[in-house]
Design a protein around this ligand. Structure first.
Ligand SMILES: C[S@@+](CC[C@H](N)C(=O)[O-])C[C@H]1O[C@@H](n2cnc3c(N)ncnc32)[C@H](O)[C@@H]1O
Length: 264
């Protein structure tokens, strides 16, 4: 069962978010050597951007498989891969807790911003370990939402981060090393990157960062209301504040994201 609380009916949300997140992930992956022929899997692949990136890294003799519980994302991901003529990529619908693949099938097992949404992240890490070949790499990237904050013209902008923290695991980033240890990975590597929303106007990547926060708020609205964390008018106030974010030169929002990986 998924405990996923985001309304993903607008796949533009992930596309917009990926505009700023993909470069951070690519940077985090740059320390890892990908050989042609490697087999990769992306758990909770969403619209498949990272699955396609992995497929490119391992060339035609290798492959990348993306799995996600959301069949619409699987459809979008397949279409996207076809449009880019990426032929060594496969997408299939399944739950990350129980992936339909044999033990030790993959050289690289990847998961990005999924664990913070789940109530049993350790069971997913065990599943990742099961899927990895001996000597293969397990790689997880997660936000540390409790460290996200902004300084802006209106303190209410920070309400958005409070909503993130109430709906998702706010400490997932900093918890990753401990989870890797519990899953019996001996010497995990750690990297921290920072996402900054600052001087957004006129720069497409930075403008996408701000737009992604607005789309997140929209996609979280039903869950915020259902859980009674805010009224519709309070959410509307936060949305208006974020629309004005960046009007002042000193407006800045900062969000750390952690990457942890280890060999099996
Ligand atoms: C925030 S999105 C991240 C998508 C992708 N990893 C990325 O970073 O672009 C979280 C993804 O996890 C998927 N998901 C949530 N719970 C899942 C589960 N139990 N099994 C498989 N996928 C799941 C959602 O459908 C969604 O695509």
């Amino acid at each position: 069962m998924s405990s996923y609380l985001i309304d993903e009916s607008n796949s533009e949300r992930l596309r917009t978010r990926n505009t700023w997140l993909n470069p951070l992930t690519e940077q985090a992956l740059s320390g890892i050597t990908f050989d042609s022929g490697m087999k990769c899997i992306d758990l909770g692949c969403g619209i498949g951007d990272m699955t396609c990136l992995l497929a490119r890294k391992v060339m035609h003799s290798g492959s990348a498989t993306g799995v996600d519980i959301n069949s619409e994302f699987i459809r979008v991901a397949k279409k996207h891969a076809q449009s880019k003529s990426i032929n060594n990529v496969y997408f299939t619908r399944c739950d990350v807790h129980n992936v339909a693949a044999a033990d030790e099938s993959f050289d690289f097992v990847f998961c990005r911003t999924v664990l913070m949404h789940l109530t049993r992240p350790l069971s997913v890490l065990h599943e990742m370990r099961r899927l990895a070949k001996v000597g293969g790499i397990v790689f997880v990237q997660e936000h540390d939402l409790a460290s996200w904050y902004c300084k802006s013209f209106d303190k209410k902008c920070n309400k958005l981060f409070e909503y993130y923290c109430r709906l998702f695991n706010p400490y997932m980033g900093r918890s990753l090393v401990g989870l890797f240890k519990k899953a019996k990975f001996e010497d995990p590597e750690v990297q921290v990157q920072c996402h900054i929303v600052y001087r957004c106007e006129g720069d497409p990547t930075k403008a996408a960062s701000k737009q992604a926060h607005l789309l997140n708020l929209e996609a979280m609205k039903s869950a915020i209301l259902a859980k009674g964390y805010a009224t519709i008018s309070e959410i509307e106030t936060v949305r208006r504040c974020w629309e004005r974010f960046g009007e002042r030169d000193s407006d800045i929002a900062i969000g750390p994201t952690m990457s942890v990986w280890a060999r099996k």
